[in-house]
Design a protein around this ligand. Structure first.
Ligand code: NAD
Ligand code: IPM
Ligand code: MN
Length: 354
């Protein structure tokens, strides 16, 4: 029997609701597929910070490295500044394991209403490929000059040829693998940011020459935001820097119905480290603890994880159960216009897995 070990990091807020939901789905699906999944749950996050003064222990990465994969809920607490929680937990895992790809698919499922008029199921089908280790998130060389008459803060971005090239190449390979519209859109702001973004544009042109079978477009991020709303069905693979990919993937999530449906995969394609799967959304303190969060984004992230771990049938059956729940339309959380709870939706997915 194939054995896989999964590290669970529920984290904060609704992370503690949606990760146990996805675990139930994985357990049932693994049993049916004859895959033995073992789980180790780590209680890292803001409660850990309140108790121990840090979001996770110093040997966290070593302990995670012992697992085949990581499933994370969310990080963020209203009583701790976000730059402390996120730089204490999620971002150091992405960077520490060099998980340079953040793949964020957005698909309009049957039974789900887009806030945009006139789109049939499947008509919107794109993936935001977000650079996940450098760019605007590096936080190196930053500084706040408190002593100046006017306080001055320096926030740097770092773009390397290595970093740009590998994410852009991943995007082109993905467009080939998906074999859908065979298009890659590259997003920058090189009209205002004349260094990193100009390097990115240049490398995009260079790499695109190696993929003559893939159509390309280069968009400024402001126009891209507009076009995600104006012509979302025209996009296939969208490659963007860390910050722009972050922003655009909330937008791609809502045009396909809800952020409660959007999964993501933080990948090291070379597989030198365990990859990390999570919903695109955060800890949602406004609804945390009420049992009404949508678990489907995390369940779909679990499906992406099984595909990455070489179990495409498990992945397809989990995604199929989610599709069935959505198409049925009777058991939905409030973000999708329903009145059901996290537990109801999880039970419905489990029932369709049978
Ligand atoms: P958020 O994604 O947590 O919430 C935005 C809105 O979407 C809220 O109204 C929330 O109720 C709703 N929502 C999110 N997920 C939902 C779900 N599964 N079901 C139903 N509704 C859902 O974003 P935010 O409010 O900007 O951030 C809250 C906290 O989460 C902050 O501390 C932020 O830093 C953190 N955050 C963490 C991650 C992560 O861990 N990957 C991602 C985004 C935000
Ligand atoms: C995400 C989140 C994080 C990010 C934050 C919480 C640091 O918004 O995963 O999309 O920007 O990467
Ligand atoms: Mn985000």
């Amino acid at each position: 029997m194939k054995k896989l070990s999964i590290a669970l990091l529920p984290g904060d807020g609704i992370g503690m609701e949606v990760v146990p939901a996805a675990r139930k789905v994985l357990e049932k699906s693994g049993a049916a597929a004859g895959v033995h999944l073992s789980f180790e749950q780590f209680d890292w996050g803001s409660d850990h910070y309140f108790r121990m003064g840090q979001m996770m222990p110093v040997d966290a990465l070593e302990r995670l490295r012992a697992h085949d994969s990581i499933l994370l809920g969310a990080v963020g607490h209203p009583d701790i500044p976000d730059h402390i929680t996120l730089n204490g937990m999620l971002l150091p895992i992405r960077r520490g394991f060099d998980l340079y790809v953040n793949e964020r698919p957005a698909y309009l499922y049957a039974g789900v209403e887009s806030p945009l008029r006139g789109y049939e199921p499947g008509a919107i089908d794109m993936v935001v490929v977000r650079e996940n280790t450098e760019g605007e998130y590096t936080n190196v060389g930053g500084f706040v000059y408190h002593h100046l008459p006017e306080e001055v803060a320096i926030q740097t971005s770092v773009f390397t040829r290595h970093g740009c090239e590998r994410i852009i190449r991943y995007a082109f390979d993905l467009a080939r693998r998906r074999n859908q519209k065979r298009k890659v859109a590259s997003i920058t702001k090189s009209n205002a940011q004349g260094y990193g973004m100009v390097l990115w544009d240049r490398i995009f042109r260079e790499v695109s020459a190696e993929y003559p079978d893939i159509e390309t477009e280069s968009l400024l991020v402001d126009a891209a935001a507009m076009n995600f709303v104006r012509r979302p069905a025209s996009f296939d693979v969208v490659v963007a820097s860390n910050l722009f990919g972050d922003i655009l993937s909330d937008l791609s999530a809502i045009v396909t119905g809800s952020i409660g449906l959007a999964p993501s995969a933080n990948l090291d394609p070379r597989r030198n480290a365990p990859s990390l799967f999570e919903p695109v959304h955060g800890s949602a303190p406004d609804i945390a603890g009420k049992g009404v969060s949508n678990p489907l984004a995390t369940i779909l992230a679990a499906a992406m994880m099984m595909d990455h771990l070489g179990e495409p049938e498990m992945s397809a059956s989990i995604e199929g159960a989610v599709r069935a729940v959505l198409a049925d339309g009777k058991v939905l959380t409030a973000d999708l216009g329903g009145r059901s709870t996290t537990a109801d939706v999880t039970a419905a997915v489990l029932a369709h897995l049978a």
